[in-house]
Each structure stands twice: as C-alpha cells, then as structure tokens.
Design a protein around this ligand. Structure first.
Ligand SMILES: Cc1ncc(COP(=O)(O)O)c(C=O)c1O
Length: 446
C-alpha cells in the first residue's frame, strides 16, 4: 500500500489503482521513481531533480525529448484528422511515412505494414512468414527458429520466440513451435569492443535445427541483429552472414527484429546495413516516432509482398491481419516529423560519430572492480556487474543510479546504455561517470 512520505508532495494522492508492467509493484510503491518532465537528454523527476537519460527513454528517443517539430505535427494532425480506420480506408500520412522508411531501408525492402508496438510487429512478422509459405504452396513450414536470450516482445508469438526465461516461465508453453539456437555470448570474448572475431560457427545451430526438424517444416529464422534487452550481445564477425546463407540454401525466411537497433542505433539506419546482411523482413518500433506516440512497423522484401499479394484474387483481401490503430494518423504525423529530424540533422551519421566517444568511455570501465564484461556496438552498450562485489544486484543498482541522476535500463546484472544521438560528448562522459562513481561507492561500501 502506498503511503506518501513528507518529501513526496508531488505524487498522486493515491497510487493504488495501477498495475505496473515489468516492475516489482510493491517495491516501487515504497520508493517510487517518477518522472514529471523531459527535455533534450534530461528527465526531471517529481521532486524537480534532473536525471540524465542514458537509455534514450527505453531505446525510443534518440532525437532527444520534447521536440517541438513532433509536438506541432501531432497537434496539427489531431485537429485535421484525428482517426481513420486503416481497413478499406487510407490517409496521406501513412503512405508518406512508408515512403520515408523505404528510402532508408536496405535495397529490395519495399513495403511497410504499420502496427502499434514492437510486440505487434513481431507477431505480425510471424504471420507474414506463415502466409508467405502458404501462398507459395509450401504450407508445411510452420515452425520458427530463434535463439536463447532473445527478446521479441510480450505477445504470444514473441514469447514463444523468447529466450529470456523470466518472460516465459509464468506462461507455460506457448503454442507456436519454436526451436532455439544457442546465444552468442562467449567467455573468451569478454571486453571485446564491437564484433568478436570468433563464434561465427554458432550460426551452424540453424543447420542442426534444419537437420533435426526438416527444412520443409521451418518457416523462418528470427533474430535480433544485436540482442538488446538481454544485455547487448553483438553478433560475431560472419555470424549473420552465415544465417543468411543457410536460410537461402534451405528456403527459410530471415527476420531481423530491429525494434532496438532500427533508426540509427548501430550507426546506420538499420543494423542490416551496419552488418551488411539483408533479411527478408525487418521489425521496428520505438524510435520510429522518437517514442512520442506508440507505433511499430514490419518492412518486407518485394518478393515477400508479391508472393502473398499475388496469391489472392485481384479484389480479395490478401492478408487477414491488422489493428484498429494500424497507421494511426497521429502516429504517422509523429513518425514523419521524426524521420524528417533524423534526415535534416543527419542523426544516424551523428550516432556513428558519437559512438567513438561513447565506446571509448564505456570500455574505460574495464578497470572498475565488480565489472565482469563490457559489450558495445554503435550507441548501444552493456556492462555486466558482479552483485557479490557490488553488494547489490542490477535492480538495486539502477535505483542507486537514478538517485544519483542517471536513468538507464538494467536486465539482471547488466547495465544497458543507449544514449540519445543528440547528446554531447560531455553528457555521455557524465552518464558513464555517474555509473563509475556509483559502482565505486558501492564496492567501497560507502
Ligand atoms: C527486439 C525487441 N523486439 C520486440 C520488443 C517489444 O516491443 P514493445 O515493447 O514495443 O512491444 C522489444 C522491446 O524492447 C525489443 O527489444
């Protein structure tokens, strides 16, 4: 039960009605971490304290908070056309946004299907894979291959793909048939900056699955190019290329879940371009609207779209799938304004440039007691900590960091940094500096 403390005057009168997602509700109410405002790379909490945003919100806000261009576009759109059904009706904004996205996608990816979140994007992608094979009269392909330590959202398809056990264990065995490859974390690659030079052969797990289940039963291989939420597992050199080659040889679709990587996080528009591997399908969400309005999307290769669409009669619905809020006009307006900012401010190039300072400073933590591994690529980094040395686990660590003025995400005992691309070098150094000081004090017992 929430009891406001003397200092908590700016909190709501009651906090007993909401059930918080992915949060220990009872502990949160004892010590609520509440934001009131955000601007640029700073949040302000309800007590008026500034908190540096070391996570771009939740990988959502690379262009910084409170962008006037996006706010104006949203207000204008709400007054002009606040809603239109997306079934059998259209509006100009969604076509314009789809064009903007296609322009930055790898060549050959030419169609975009709009949804409202990363989880919806993943489940939509799975259904498109099944529909693709069925359209090609190869309907035995019903199974998927994903990976240990994967995160693909929280809808049933994504949970079936998932490889993070806490996200699965309360829900039994999801119905979708999925086989899991090994993850790509390797003991010998601790503290490797960027891609490890060993480990490409881990992709041969896909071959083992094919031998075990038969290629004719497998629809697709689904991976995050960099496994983000589990703690930033960067693919070894040659790994994604090998997955691509195996998928091609055995007729599987390759899906990259770029919900975190998409829109510049790896220094190019998509990780597919950073790693030089083009999948058949890319899922995206988060930064598509700079986090301002919920939205996700699934981009597909020309061959995927054409196979599904051309299998249907000319005036028939080709894909019996979509959401009330697919291509919502307000989300599209926010998306167009966001993509325009990315383009005008060359934020993907800025991400690539800033990555030098970011990774240099992040890997400077290697000497810090209690830090057991650092992984990073582009503007995404993970720092593993040893709770026995720090005296606290990752959950308590993120609370301490918040109290010292830094917002980041932790998963287990991994601290995940994903600074906004509009950060200055000094702000990035401050973020990592707060982490260094906080961990240092914990280790000393201060
Ligand atoms: C790779 C990946 N896929 C899917 C999702 C789910 O996105 P959402 O929380 O918008 O449903 C996430 C969220 O972090 C993600 O990282």
């Amino acid at each position: 039960m929430f009891e406001p403390t003397a200092s908590a005057k700016k909190l709501p009168r009651s906090m007993n009605a909401q059930w918080l997602p992915f949060t220990p509700n009872r502990d949160f109410l004892r010590d609520p971490k509440m934001f009131a405002r955000a601007s640029g790379v700073f949040y302000t909490d309800v007590e008026g304290r500034s908190v540096l945003d070391g996570a771009s919100g939740l990988f959502t806000t690379p262009a910084g908070h409170a962008r006037v261009e996006i706010a104006d576009a949203v207000r204008e759109q709400m007054l002009a056309l606040d809603f239109t059904p997306s079934f059998l009706r259209g509006h100009n904004g969604s076509f314009a946004l789809a064009e903007q996205i296609v322009e930055i996608l790898p060549k050959g990816m030419e169609r975009v299907f709009f949804v409202n979140s990363g989880s919806e994007a993943v489940d939509t992608a799975l259904k498109i894979c099944l529909a693709y094979h069925r359209a090609r009269r190869d309907s035995g392909r019903q199974m998927f291959v994903s990976r240990e330590r994967a995160y693909h959202g929280v809808n049933f398809g994504g949970v079936a793909l998932a490889g993070m056990v806490n996200n699965r264990r309360a829900f039994g065995a999801p119905a979708l048939p999925v086989a899991h490859m090994r993850h790509t974390w390797q003991e010998q690659s601790r503290f490797t900056r960027g891609q490890a030079t060993t480990g490409a052969e881990l992709a041969d797990d896909l071959l083992r699955m094919i031998r075990l289940y038969g290629a004719e039963n497998i629809a697709a291989c689904v991976v995050e190019p960099i496994a983000g939420s589990t703690g930033v597992l960067v693919p070894p050199v040659g790994y994604l290329e090998r997955l691509r080659a195996i998928c091609d040889e055995y007729g599987l679709l390759l899906v990259f879940d770029e919900v975190i990587c998409g829109f510049g996080r790896t220094g190019k528009a998509f990780a597919a371009q950073s790693f030089g591997v083009t999948p058949d399908i890319i899922t995206m969400a988060k930064a598509i609207t700079n986090g301002c309005v919920p939205m996700g999307a699934v981009a597909v290769g020309k061959h995927v779209y054409e196979a599904v669409v051309e299998a249907a009669a000319p005036d028939a619905i080709e894909l019996f799938h979509g959401y009330t809020w697919s291509a919502h006009p307000v989300a599209c307006a926010a998306g167009i304004a966001t993509q325009t900012i990315f383009q005008q401010e060359k934020l993907f190039a800025r991400s690539q440039h800033l990555s030098g300072v970011f990774l240099e400073t992040l890997y400077g933590l290697e000497d810090l007691p209690g830090v057991t591994d650092i992984r990073g690529f582009g503007m995404l980094g993970g720092v593993d900590t040893d709770p026995k040395v720090l005296g606290v686990d990752g959950y308590v660590l993120q609370k301490r960091l918040f109290d010292r003025g830094l917002h980041i995400k932790t998963t287990g005992d991994c601290a995940i940094f994903a600074p906004p691309f509009v950060s200055t070098s000094e702000q990035i150094q401050s973020m990592i500096g707060i982490f260094r000081d906080t961990v240092g004090d914990l280790v000393r017992g201060a």
